[in-house]
Ligand binder design. Structure first.
Ligand code: CAO
Length: 449
């Protein structure tokens, strides 16, 4: 058996490089061309391959050592008759020295420190991996990147604990273990996560929250498990993102709709034969469009550091359907009368319930109204339908005693809950929005002013 000194080959323009990773240990059997260690300059990291196959007898470098072309990195007991690795061939002396070394094992063994010509470095580094230029890719050696690729770990999401924040093999393995244990979720998993996964705790873990409690409900009584509808999954994922990402505030107010409701009832009597029923929601849409025109920031979207003001008024309205919540959109609500709005809303709500809404009928809204008025309740906190910046929640109107300055009088009061993105809208603007909306609902003639 020949003992061969494995040296650092031609490493291009670099004078000295630092050993950042040792990939083998004494006793390891390596193949020709196998990576032995990783070195790093201030610009790149590279792997030093073995020019021969054999067993590692002795390491001659340790972590953080500085090495250069020709430095001995380890002593290898070469396989008997093992051909030199392709990379060691180019030096003309190599094959000869190799043969000599193999022919005189004892002599070489007795003088292990003497460099054996057989280990003449290759002329060029084999390109095992693309070199990494700091700042462009995660800071990790080629072998770590290779391991990450094999395990399926996204390096960009791994926090490096090595020198200068370098990602080590331990970091990669630790990340993989955390993902398997459910403590961490990769960005790809989060992006793919269905709505209900908020309940699985994965998203919470990404936010540094406690994992979602896992309970065997069957231990406490009979249960039935049902998959969520597709719509619920999709809307759930959107609601979760919007609830988490938008700093939302809700302002509540009441609007006096006593006269408006009387007008609506009489209009419906007049139009009984037309088949179109005028709804309170249609009046609300009309009043909200007028309010949006007065306060345009409510009809905007956030785009990076800019606010995009829209000069069109497409109003979405939440519709409760057997399959879950849907939001059909009435286009150009500013150009339509209350009768037309009522008719369109009826058609769109029916389509939503029948599952026949096209995607065009559910996109492009600039503001959304969520009305639970037909059902009941008083005030709620609606979640903004991003990328809109505000949503109006409407609850059931009730007769209430209202002080008119001299006495309490019975008035029909409509509870309003305006949720807004506080990055775009200030609380004072929201209060003004509700006040103005209430004034219009109290007396629609104000729209003409
Ligand atoms: N106060 C008191 N009564 C109200 C009211 C209000 N704010 N709004 C509606 N009503 C009355 C209507 O006048 C109607 O009464 P009549 O039958 O006596 O005329 C009754 O409630 C039913 O109205 P409706 O709900 O069918 O019609 P609408 O125009 O108010 O609403 C629609 C249409 C599609 C919005 C509604 O059917 C719906 O789906 N609402 C639920 C929306 C929702 O789920 N929001 C929550 C989203 S977050 O999960």
């Amino acid at each position: 058996m020949a003992l061969i000194d494995i040296q650092v080959p031609d490493i291009g323009d670099f004078d000295q490089v630092t050993v950042i990773e040792i990939l083998v240990k004494p006793g390891d059997t390596v193949k020709a061309d196998q990576s032995l260690l990783t070195v790093e300059s201030d610009k790149a990291s590279m792997e030093i391959p073995s020019s021969h196959g054999g067993v590692v007898k002795e390491l001659r470098v340790k972590l953080d050592d500085k090495v250069k072309q020709g430095s001995i990195v380890l002593v290898l007991e070469a396989e008997a008759g093992a051909p030199a690795a392709a990379v060691s061939v180019p030096a003309p002396a190599a094959p000869v020295a190799q043969a000599a070394a193999v022919a005189a094992p004892v002599a070489v063994a007795s003088a292990p420190a003497a460099p054996v010509a057989a280990a003449t470095p290759a002329q060029a580094m084999p390109a095992h991996e693309p070199t990494v230029v700091s700042g462009q890719l995660p800071h990790a050696s080629p072998s770590v990147r290779k391991s990450a690729r094999e395990i399926g770990v996204p390096l960009a999401e791994v926090k490096g604990t090595g020198p200068k924040g370098r990602i080590t093999l331990d970091d990669v393995q630790g990340f993989a273990k955390s993902v398997m244990a459910g403590d961490v979720r990769t960005q790809a998993q989060t992006a793919k996560a269905p709505a209900g996964s908020g309940g699985s705790g994965g998203d919470g873990a990404a936010l540094g929250l406690l994992p979602w409690p896992k309970v065997d409900f069957a231990k406490f009584g009979p249960i039935e498990r049902k998959e969520m509808s597709r719509i619920k999954k999709i809307s759930g994922a959107n609601l979760l993102r919007n609830a988490i990402m938008i700093p939302a505030v809700t302002n509540h107010d009441d609007a006096d709709i006593t006269d408006l409701e009387a007008f609506r009832v009489s209009t419906n009597k007049e139009n009984e034969k037309s088949g179109v029923k005028v709804t309170m929601l249609a009046f609300l849409i009309k009043a909200i469009v007028a309010t949006l025109k007065k306060y345009p920031e409510f009809n905007s979207s956030l785009d990076g550091d800019a606010i995009v003001y829209k000069n069109y008024w497409h109003i979405g309205f939440a519709a409760d359907t057997p399959n879950g919540l849907m939001v059909p959109v009435i286009r150009d609500a500013d150009q339509k009368g209350v009768l037309k709005l009522s008719q369109e809303m009826g058609e769109l709500a029916k389509k939503a319930r029948d599952g026949k809404l096209s995607s065009a009928e559910m996109t492009g809204a600039t503001f959304t109204i969520s009305s639970l008025g037909g059902i009941g309740g008083k005030y709620f906190l609606p979640i903004i339908n991003a990328p809109e910046v505000a949503i109006m929640g409407v609850s059931k109107s009730t007769m209430e005693p209202v002080w008119d300055g001299k006495q309490f009088v019975p008035r029909l009061m409509l509870p309003l809950s305006l949720t807004y993105d506080h990055r775009v809208i200030d609380g004072a603007a929201a209060a003004r929005f509700n006040v103005y909306l209430g004034q219009i609902l109290g007396d629609f003639r104000r729209v003409l002013l």
